[in-house]
Every structure is written in structure tokens, then in C-alpha cells.
Design a protein around this ligand. Structure first.
Ligand SMILES: Nc1ncnc2c1ncn2[C@@H]1O[C@H](COP(=O)(O)OP(=O)(O)OP(=O)(O)O)[C@@H](O)[C@H]1O
Ligand SMILES: [Mg+2]
Length: 245
């Protein structure tokens, strides 16, 4: 097990002296861009390589988070305001950090999250027009200093993403509330992501997701491999790699 002190990208912060091991990878991108697909493929590949993996999703991730997720994504909840939406996102995240993400990092696992705070920056900060500052303020309260070491943003144009989301929603209508926003909203979200990539190019990587699942997975793997070479998180000691699922 390699100490986090030797990592070039550390989750350790003054506010969070406990997250001294592990690696936190997040997936970001528009609805339907292919995040969940790529998160799954990456988690499987890393498990095969012997890493201990904890997979999570936001909003959701914990039993309480799943209840919050239902409120957030139910298309029936049209009256949900931008501020309650923002607070619910962070309510789910705070629970997930406390109950699952921090403990997994402390165990030296690679945590793979399907969305995290960057989603809230892009959707509520840029998309809803609340601004980034209020989001970052809540992050300080909710996340205990936990920030991703690496973020993979699956970048596709809004039309491609929406077409993929719609195809998927034919089988999952009950989570379509945010997918159903106007095209202009999704464009603002994408611009939020592109701005994050400009501001934090080391951490926040744009992955061209316009190709098929396999070609996108190759691009994801190239970036992750390079980061693992630097970070060397704990590998599972057992011959059957551990999983939370
Ligand atoms: N590269 C790809 N090319 C074509 N279709 C894809 C690609 N990646 C994923 N898909 C398909 O597009 C749909 C959406 O993919 P996925 O669920 O991974 O997106 P997502 O970003 O997680 O969406 P959401 O934000 O709504 O959860 C799925 O039906 C998936 O099989
Ligand atoms: Mg998904």
C-alpha cells in the first residue's frame, strides 16, 4: 500500500486530514453523454487490474440519497425551484461523503463517482444561472474538503447527448425531469463544463465522447493509466478484487 504522501494528486486537505489514501475519480458530462457507461467500464477494468473499487452515483449513492434522487429526477416535480434543487443535490452529496466516500477513501479504495460537485457547478451554477460562488459555498459545508483527484468529462454536443438520453429514457421515464429541460439549458451546462476544463486542466479532462463506447473507453483508460502511474493507490491484496456491489 503506497502512502498518499507520495501522490502527486492528493485528496488530503487541511480541512480533511483523514482522507489520506485512495483516489477519487469522477465522471461528468451532459445527460446521455455516456458517463454511466464509461464509469462501469472503467470500474470493471480497474477491478480486473486488482484495485479495490467503490462505485457511487449522484444524486443517490446512499439509501437516503436515493430517496432524494427520486425527488430531484421525477418529471412530476415541475414546481421544484432552483434553490431547493441545489440544496437537495448537496443534501444527497453530504450524506454520500460522510457515509460512503470518505470511508472508502480511508480504506485506500479508488472511488468512482458518476457525477459530483462539478455537475452542480455546471447545472445549477451555469445552467440555472445561480452562479458558481453559491455552489462552492455549499461544497465547503457538504464535502469535508473532498475533491476529485481526476474528473473525466465525457464531452459530446447537446444534440448527441439528448438523442442518447431520449433513447435511454424510453426505458426509464421516471428520471427524466432534468433531461427534459430546453436545449438552451443544456448548452449553458456544456459551457459550464468547458469553463471548468479551462480553469482546471490538470484535474478536469475533456474526453471526446462522440465515438462509440469502445473508442471512448480507450480515451478514458489512457488518461486514467497516466494518473495511476503517478498516484499508485492501494491495490487489493486478495486475489478476488473487492467490490461494494
Ligand atoms: N459512445 C456511445 N455511443 C452511442 N451510444 C452510447 C454511447 N455511450 C453510451 N451510449 C448509450 O447512450 C445512452 C446513455 O448512456 P449513459 O446512460 O451512459 O449516459 P449518462 O451520461 O450516464 O446519462 P445520464 O446523465 O442521463 O445518466 C445509453 O443507452 C447508452 O447505452
Ligand atoms: Mg447516467
Amino acid at each position: 500500500m503506497i502512502s498518499k504522501r507520495s501522490c502527486t494528486m492528493s485528496t488530503t486537505s487541511a480541512a480533511n486530514p483523514f482522507a489520506s489514501q485512495g483516489l477519487f475519480i469522477t465522471f461528468e458530462g451532459l445527460d446521455g453523454s455516456g458517463k454511466s457507461t464509461q464509469a462501469r467500464v472503467l470500474a470493471d477494468r480497474l477491478r480486473k487490474e486488482g484495485y479495490a473499487i467503490y462505485e457511487t452515483v449522484e444524486p443517490g449513492g446512499t439509501p437516503i440519497g436515493q430517496q432524494i434522487r427520486r425527488i430531484l429526477l421525477d418529471p412530476a416535480n415541475q414546481e421544484l425551484g432552483a434553490i431547493p434543487e441545489l440544496l437537495l443535490m448537496f443534501a444527497s452529496r453530504a450524506q454520500n461523503v460522510e457515509q460512503a466516500i470518505l470511508p472508502a477513501l480511508e480504506e485506500g479504495k479508488i472511488v468512482i463517482a458518476d457525477r459530483f460537485t462539478d455537475s452542480t457547478i455546471a447545472y445549477q451554477g451555469s445552467g440555472r444561472g445561480l452562479g458558481w460562488e453559491v455552489v462552492l459555498e455549499l461544497e465547503r459545508i457538504a464535502c469535508q474538503g473532498i475533491r476529485p483527484n481526476l474528473t473525466l468529462c465525457i464531452d459530446v454536443d447537446t444534440e448527441t447527448a439528448l438523442n442518447r438520453a431520449r433513447a435511454r429514457n424510453n426505458t426509464n421515464r421516471q428520471e427524466a425531469r432534468i433531461d427534459e429541460q430546453a436545449a438552451e439549458f443544456h448548452q449553458k451546462v456544456r459551457e459550464g463544463y468547458l469553463e471548468l476544463a479551462r480553469r482546471e486542466p490538470e484535474r478536469f479532462r475533456l474526453i471526446d465522447g462522440s465515438g462509440n463506447e469502445q473508442s471512448t473507453a480507450v480515451k478514458v483508460w489512457d488518461v486514467v493509466q497516466a494518473v495511476l502511474r503517478d498516484a499508485s493507490p492501494a491495490r487489493s491484496v486478495s486475489s478476488s478484487p473487492s467490490s461494494n456491489r
